[in-house]
Design a protein around this ligand. Structure first.
Ligand code: ATP
Ligand code: MG
Length: 750
């Protein structure tokens, strides 16, 4: 147990000291309606962790009271998650549905005590009678029913004699309660639905508020730990258990803040949307915050547990930086996994003064890793290095190979540049170097000074591997949904090369590829014939500054088009377009590549350019949004024209509308064929840039998030994006992001 005691453990200790319980019993109670995510991992660590620390036990209970959304495959995924994290549940898995009879019996008791009644108003009337925060509600006239009538009706409900929604069972508590949840909450509703475990036995299903506390009681739970959004439900929890005058000891509910991480969404509903729309490749997509996703990506259970323990247990909601999770996995792997050499973007190197071949023995583990194991690195006159490790015209501070700067091949020799071989277009296709025979690593007497050692692989023995490089799934810190997806979250490199021992010895499934990051042999797609590695995490946290500079390849480097999985060469025409797009129009190579290779797209693009000279902005919308439409139909079948798209871009350029709103307008153009200006006018979508209109919204957002303001002031400047996002959200995306950014920055300084 860690030395620091969180507030939950403090409560548990006090209860034990006071003799309130003989044993600590907790439970993890997921609803089996989706795959578990890292928020669930947090809850698992808390519940199982506390039980373990105090030598009690923790139950795994499927909260399966909602027959229509649940499924056994989710049950399996939840069991897997708990086991993978290394915890054991007490006895067999429990199901709330196993207690349906008992819970039903408790409902009958409440009716007999006059504390529950069958109500028959429709939904709308029920809402009206409930009152508001400032006004007390009124009880429905059906609350006057006699105990006999209630028992009779409830029995008929159970037997399926009524339609869904015709009646409900309610607790008779207090229609004037300040806590609105206490205004005669629902206990049972009619649902003619097949339940994945209970079958068709029941036509009524208990509500969460009734089933949860009773399930806890039935299982002898002592501490019922849940997230903050259930704070107001605690009064019902207590009311039910107290009213039934159950034999002590009874459980009590305690709330903690749910885990939120930036750059991701967490709710099962939103995750389901990503899976169902095909934005990701299923629940185990390595970009998802699901346990299955982390598992497939290569995260270890230890890293997830360390993360959950490290962030502590809070009483107020907050946002945790994903960098913290990335730190945990790096920290875990750093001292565990073998270090090997892989070249992701190979450049051929011929060592002109080297003949023959040799085998170099090198350790898999650096000195401070308490593990042993070596491998053989074949070496010969032909090797590959990474393109980025040679530069003809280096920037200041470039420490690798240049025409005037030698470099060490890790574990081998120092090499010195001789000549670069270029193709007709001036791209470097090979370099020739010489090596220094007396510079071998470990026995270097050459006296040559180098500034770095780079990775390499030997041409004849290197194995071709596919490498999947993952980036954040969302572009911004507080994403709302599909519109915030990062289009570059997955890059597949099919032409990477790796030293042979990784495939033939298999010293591990996780590796550090020297100077590149941590990688994991994909548990699904990896075969020895076609090895596939997932990038788990980079070696270092990428600095925000680094990420903001546009990715522009230095002049002398060949275009990156070839490495991203596109191995088909371009036709001459396509190449000419590509060159024009990158050189004259300054498009980045990925966008230029997409346009140049697709005749439909490039002709649409060129036409739009005739109306508006904004090559980069138009290229972006054409390669993203228009391309999506053109997948289904021909240009002639589109309802909008290239001119319309140019007009839309113009409005964004002139800051009449935000780029977020532009997406919405584009969707409308696709559907109706209306021209963008009319759409914007008709729907009142003009961007708000007036500080006077934006300032009060900022004030409100700041007032609502005191914790984050404090963190921001304490130095977590990354939260700026959070605040900007909240303000944009409050204006439904209409506020001008630049203005919001400036105003928020100013407001937070005060
Ligand atoms: P979601 O909103 O993602 O659907 P949920 O709260 O509905 O999640 P359940 O399956 O009902 O998910 O939750 C199981 C347990 O996990 C509950 O005790 C819940 O409070 C906890 N839990 C869910 N999400 C988080 C989170 N982000 N942080 C901490 N605990 C969480
Ligand atoms: Mg839920």
């Amino acid at each position: 147990m860690s030395e620091y005691k969180d507030f939950l453990r403090t409560i548990v200790e006090e209860d034990l000291k006071a003799g309130k319980y003989k044993e600590v019993v907790t439970r993890f109670p997921p609803e089996p309606n989706g795959f578990p995510h890292i928020g669930h991992a947090k809850s698992i660590c808390i519940n199982f962790g506390i039980a373990k620390d105090y030598k009690g036990h923790c139950n795994l209970r499927m909260d399966d009271t909602n027959p229509t959304t649940e499924d056994t495959r989710y049950v399996e995924a939840l069991k897997d998650a708990v086991q993978w994290l290394g915890f054991e549940w007490d006895n067999s898995v429990r199901f709330t549905s196993d207690y349906f009879s008992q819970i039903h019996g408790y409902a009958i008791e409440l009716i007999k005590m006059g504390k529950a009644y069958v109500d028959s108003v429709d939904e709308e009337e029920m809402r009206e009678l409930r009152g508001t925060v400032t006004e007390a509600g009124k009880r429905s006239k059906y609350a006057e029913r006699s105990v006999e009538e209630n028992l009779d009706l409830f029995e008929c409900m159970k037997n399926g004699e009524f339609k869904d929604g015709e009646h409900v069972l309610r607790a008779k508590i207090d229609m004037g309660a300040a806590n609105m949840k206490l205004r005669d909450p629902l206990l049972y509703r009619i649902r003619h639905a097949h339940h994945f475990r209970a079958g068709d036995a029941w036509a009524i299903y208990p509500m969460y508020d009734f089933a949860h506390c009773l399930s806890d009681y039935i299982e002898g739970v002592s501490h019922s730990i849940c997230t903050l959004e259930f704070e107001n439900n605690r009064d019902i929890y207590d009311w039910v258990l107290d009213s039934l005058q159950l034999q002590p000891p009874r459980p009590y509910q305690h709330e903690f803040a749910r885990l939120n991480i930036n750059y991701t969404v967490m709710s099962k509903r939103k995750l389901l949307e990503l899976v169902e729309t095909g934005v990701v490749d299923g629940w185990d997509d390595p970009r998802l915050p699901t346990i299955e996703g982390y598992k497939r990506r290569g995260y270890t259970p230890e890293s997830i547990i360390n993360f959950c323990d490290g962030i502590g247990i809070a009483k107020a909601n907050s946002m945790v930086d994903v960098a913290q999770l990335e730190f945990c996995i790096r920290d875990d792997l750093n001292t565990k996994v073998p270090r090997v050499m892989a070249v992701l973007d190979p450049l051929k190197v011929t060592i002109t003064n080297y003949d023959g071949a040799e085998e170099i023995e090198a350790s898999y583990y650096p000195h401070d890793v308490p593990k042993e194991g070596t491998r053989i690195l074949p070496f010969s006159r032909e090797i590959y290095i990474d393109r980025a490790d040679f530069s003809e015209s280096p920037e200041k501070g470039y420490f690798r190979l240049t025409p005037t700067q030698s470099v060490r091949l890790k574990y081998a020799y120092i090499i010195t540049f001789e000549e670069a071989i270029k193709d007709a277009k001036g791209n470097i296709v090979e370099i020739k170097v010489s090596y220094h025979p007396d510079s071998k690593s470990g026995e270097d007497t050459s006296g040559i000074k180098v500034k770095s050692a780079i990775q390499w692989v030997e041409t004849n023995t290197a194995k071709n591997v596919e490498v999947r490089v993952y980036d954040r799934l969302f572009k911004n810190e507080a994403p709302e949904g599909l519109e915030d997806i990062n289009p570059d979250s997955l890059k597949v490199i099919k032409t990477a090369l790796i030293e042979p021992s990784v495939i033939t010895d298999k010293p591990d499934v996780r590796f550090q590829f020297e100077r590149e990051g941590y990688f994991y042999a994909d548990p699904v797609d990896y075969t020895d014939e076609k090895p596939v590695f997932n990038k788990i995490v980079a070696l270092k946290e990428s600095s925000a500054k680094k990420k903001k500079t546009p990715q522009q390849a230095p002049k002398d480097e060949p275009k990156k088009v070839q490495i991203d999985g596109e191995v088909v060469p371009m036709s001459e025409e396509e190449q000419a377009l590509f060159d024009k797009y990158t050189n004259e129009l300054k498009l980045n190579s990925e966008v230029a590549n997409t346009l140049a290779r697709d005749a439909k797209l490039s002709s649409f693009y060129e036409e739009a350019l005739q109306t508006l000279d904004s090559p980069v902005a138009i290229a972006n919308i054409v390669t993203n949004d228009v391309a999506r439409e053109l997948k289904q139909v021909e240009i002639s079948e589109l309802k909008f024209t290239a001119k319309d798209v140019a007009e839309l871009v113009k409005m964004v350029n002139e800051e009449l509308i935000s780029s977020k709103i532009a997406k919405q307008v584009f969707e409308e153009m696709v559907k109706s064929g209306e021209n963008p200006t009319s759409i914007v006018e008709a729907k009142g979508l003009v961007q708000i840039s007036d500080p006077e209109m934006i300032a009060p919204i900022i004030e409100e957002v700041i007032a609502k998030n005191p914790d984050n303001v404090e963190k921001f002031k304490a130095g977590n400047t990354k939260l700026l994006g959070f605040f900007v996002g909240q303000v944009l959200k409050a204006t439904q995306g209409k506020a001008n992001p630049k203005v919001v950014n400036a105003l928020v920055t100013q407001a937070l300084k005060v």
